[in-house]
Design a protein around this ligand. Structure first.
Ligand SMILES: [Zn+2]
Length: 239
């Protein structure tokens, strides 16, 4: 589970200026984009991109006397570019959206969503199919079944390219309905979108009235996340 920026800043170590100097002299560091990342290049000019979202451990050993381990990679960016950090961190922080998505998942009993080439539902465990989308491959339906561990899976395959496909497996704690799968699909879209584009568009400017609105404050006709998400995509507040 990703920590929020606030949580991370609370536990973050402030890196020693002399350590930052060592890193700066061993690597060529540049700031790329207010929203994406810093780039570290080693002497062979191989680039390592550190996104503001990257909370993984960072281990720097090349051209250093003693290797340096950074507990959360993005906290290094914070100390290298403190002014930039202040500027962009708002884009990475939207507890309201996080809470809403978490609550939506809880409401439908969504445990996890996996994408890839692997099936998570053996054919002989398929109990029923849901007719939801027309462009699915395989059975053409969303196959549903209960696993031995008690979790339910709703799974479907989509072609993503001429010779490629994606199997999406949604894990639920209760028997999935069409509505639950549709909501889970929107949750998946929203999470992916915010992960790639940050939360900067969570507040969008309505094309009709020009007023900036948070996507959770729109006046949506269709209830819940599906309605709200559609309006964020249209950039329309419902005025
Ligand atoms: Zn409006």
């Amino acid at each position: 589970m990703q920590k929020t920026i606030e949580e991370l800043e609370k536990i973050a170590v402030k890196y020693d200026p002399s350590m930052l100097d060592q890193i700066k002299s061993a690597y060529e560091i540049s700031f790329q984009d207010a929203c994406k990342c810093a780039v570290i290049k080693n002497k062979e000019q191989k680039s390592l991109y550190i996104s503001f979202r990257n909370q993984k451990k960072l281990y720097l050993s090349e051209n250093l006397e003693t290797p340096i381990e950074i507990e959360h990679a993005n906290m290094l960016v914070k100390d290298l570019y403190p002014e930039k950090w202040e500027e962009v961190k708002a884009n990475y922080n939207d507890p309201r959206t996080d809470k809403y998505i978490e609550q939506t998942k809880k409401n439908i009993g969504l445990l996890d969503i996996k994408h890839g080439w692997d099936s998570h539902l053996p054919k002989d465990q398929i109990e029923f199919g849901l007719d939801i989308w027309i462009n699915l491959t395989g059975s053409g339906k969303v196959d549903c079944g209960k696993l031995e561990d008690g979790r339910w899976v709703a799974q479907f395959a989509r072609r993503t390219d001429i010779d490629d496909y994606d199997i999406c497996a949604m894990f639920f704690e209760k028997e999935p309905t069409k509505k639950m799968v549709l909501i889970a699909n929107t949750v998946d879209q929203a999470e992916t979108y915010f992960h790639i584009h940050t939360y900067k568009n969570a507040n969008f400017t309505c094309w009709e009235c020009g007023i900036k609105t948070h996507w959770l404050d729109v006046n949506n006709e269709e209830p819940g996340i599906i309605g709200k998400w559609g309006m964020l995509e249209e950039k329309y507040c419902g005025c």
